[in-house]
Design a protein around this ligand. Sequence first.
Ligand code: AMP
Length: 384
Amino acid sequence: MINLTSIDITNKNLVMRVDMNVPLKDGIVLDATRIEACLPSIEHALKNKAKILLISHLGRPSEGNFDEQFSLRPVAEHLSKIINQCCELIDSPESNKIFNTNSDIQLLENIRFFHGEKINSNELGLKLANLGDIYVFDAFGTAHREQASTHSAIEQSKIACAGLLLEKENNFLTKALNNYEDPYVAVIGGAKVSTKLELIQHINCVAKNIIVGGGIANTFISAAGFNVGNSLIEESMIGVAKEILSDGKILLPKKVITSKTFEGENIQEKFIEEIKNDDMILDLYIEKDVYEILSSSKTILWNGPMGVFENKLFEKGTKDISEAIAKSDAFSIAGGGETLSAINKYINSDDVSYCSTGGGAFLEFMEGKILPSIKALNAKDKEG
Ligand code: AMP
């Protein structure tokens, strides 16, 4: 993979695919983390007198229509403020303003407004690739999607390279995937086993222990033969959960927090043997053995909350596991939207070795898959 810093970009026109899919309300950016994550590549390019056309998606608009609520205008305005220069919004890839005005930095309207993005159209890919001299791919969060701006444009560009964020994600995640130090421990929480099954299966082959939480733990508790009452579980995953349990790496919670409702009616602490038919397991206790495992591990992978942490009544497990990971000397890597919001809520993110900006892309990378955009960048490197 060619990196942005290893090629001469002076006076070149860079088409840069970024992930600026940020939460918005009333035209205001609510959380600018993803915009800020793109700054190293943007600043490097501007410092080297290159011109930039940024490409990003935002939300899920229907293709072929402009829809104000999915416009990137608030993102262009926010970016202009933080880089202290005007980022011009461009309405279409056909616009003759592209690289043709006084602006050093432009942002194309939501790429998902244009026909062909979703189906990885060669026509749109070629159009994007031909807009500039170099295609820079820096959108790690969408690197698992085979779409025109994340795949076809890379393939059809004259020169394609990885931006600084992609390079950093690739380096840290590769270390956790291939060059990790044992003992390796994974903390996997969140709602459903099915969305993380491939990750759990992969981790089950390499990790010493897997600490489970959330709805995922409920499914394993049920597969182990305990009553889980009204708790969120996935019936269809019980068979596969039993198989994974038989390898002996999953650490089930011993004590949990139950309620009759999500709002917190009749909250009780219970051992998993004591769950009644009308109980819901909404949080768990981190046991002494889990603290010991985390403090003696050399590598920790974390994805997913331990309970319904959005509600203060059920945040203890997620808060305690965050603090234990922050205290550990292990190389720790975390990813996923809910996981990063727990980190921001309970600990200093600098106490985790690396926080990935990816959700789906993070999971697929850590399952050992080669992401389509990375595959296309590698092929381009070999071609060149
Ligand atoms: P995920 O996106 O798969 O990481 O799932 C995150 C969501 O799982 C969060 O919104 C949590 O509220 C939810 N969650 C965590 N633990 C539980 C639980 N025990 N029961 C129901 N939902 C849960």
